[in-house]
Design a protein around this ligand. Structure first.
Ligand code: B12
Length: 242
């Protein structure tokens, strides 16, 4: 393995990431780019970094529920330029990823962190884990209780093999635990997921019963914040003791 690939992997582990995989853009050509519901547009790699030659996928162990805290702008905020929202685990990961991006910049490479590419499918291609019945990326060590971020760079790095195994087997705990029955094995009915309901408060594609369950079940520590539902993550037996 090249010294740079090794150095990056060591650095990522020291920074606090728990799993790192690397792949090249050709492996990610047929990923689900485009709009996911009305929430997010997933960009292709070149839209994120035109010179991209390698993709580094980093997983961070999100061991506490509060990492799923979402802080929204005040409801009466009309000024677009002050319109900010923050998702706690994204903020932590971006900070951690900056160190690695900076290291690549100092070596003369182009590099950028991104949460705008399809991270779960990319993580499978990088060998980090499999997509489970809850559609989340399941690490063999930490289960789905990980968050993902990518670093795109023009450095040419050694690539890892894709993850080939299915880790779920006969287990269907995540399918059964969802209060709104949003999960079929390996497929999510997005508009039935309470997280979608919370993230799209004005959207008309969310059924009334889903809105009601979201209002009833979501924890709201302050008027402008809520903790996203993680039932289909929490129930997964893989890696639960860690
Ligand atoms: C949009 C989005 C949402 C939407 C839609 C979720 C979805 N499943 O698409 C909503 C708001 C509902 C949502 C909810 C949640 N999200 Co979200 N979300 C995303 C985002 C931005 C894109 C996801 C995506 O690619 N969707 C596109 C669809 C097409 O992808 P897909 O689910 O992989 O669909 C494939 C499979 O279903 C598969 N498939 C379909 N049928 C079949 C059949 C078989 C047999 C097989 C094998 C496969 C298969 O093919 C589809 C196409 O490839 C990512 C961040 C990112 N940039 O990737 C975070 C992300 C996926 N979310 C994350 C999390 C943690 C959550 C929540 C737990 C909420 C929370 N606390 O954050 C819930 C979990 C709900 C769930 N079970 O998915 C994490 C997941 C970490 C992990 N371990 O995987 C991510 C990666 C964010 C991050 N930075 O870490 N999310």
């Amino acid at each position: 393995m090249s010294t740079l690939s090794n150095e990056l992997k060591d650095m990522a582990m020291e920074t606090g990431f728990v799993s790192i995989g690397i792949t090249k853009p050709e492996m990610l050509r047929d990923l689900p780019y485009g709009w996911v519901g009305k929430i997010r547009r997933l960009n292709n790699l070149e839209e994120e970094l035109q010179t991209v030659k390698s993709v580094i996928l980093l997983a961070w162990h999100s061991w506490d529920k509060t990492f799923n805290l979402n802080v929204e702008p005040p409801k009466d905020c009309k000024d677009e330029s002050h319109y900010e929202s923050h998702y706690f685990s994204d903020e932590i990961m971006k900070n951690k990823a900056w160190g690695i991006v900076d290291f690549l910049h100092r070596r003369g490479f182009d590099a950028k962190w991104s949460v705008n590419i399809p991270l779960k499918t990319a993580a499978v291609k990088c060998g980090v884990g499999s997509q489970g019945k809850n559609t989340l990326l399941i690490s063999p060590v930490f289960g789905p209780r990980i968050k993902l971020i990518a670093i795109l760079t023009d450095a040419i790095l050694d690539i890892d093999s894709p993850f080939e195994r299915d880790l779920c087997g006969d287990c269907d705990k995540c399918v059964k635990v969802c209060p709104t029955n949003a999960i079929e094995p390996y497929r999510l009915n997005i508009t039935h997921c309470m997280v979608y309901s919370a993230e799209c408060p004005g959207s008309t594609d969310v059924p009334e019963f889903v809105r009601k369950e979201e209002q009833r079940l979501f924890q709201r520590p302050t008027p402008n914040s809520y903790i996203e539902c993680t039932r289909c993550m929490d129930v997964c037996p893989i890696g639960k003791k860690i």
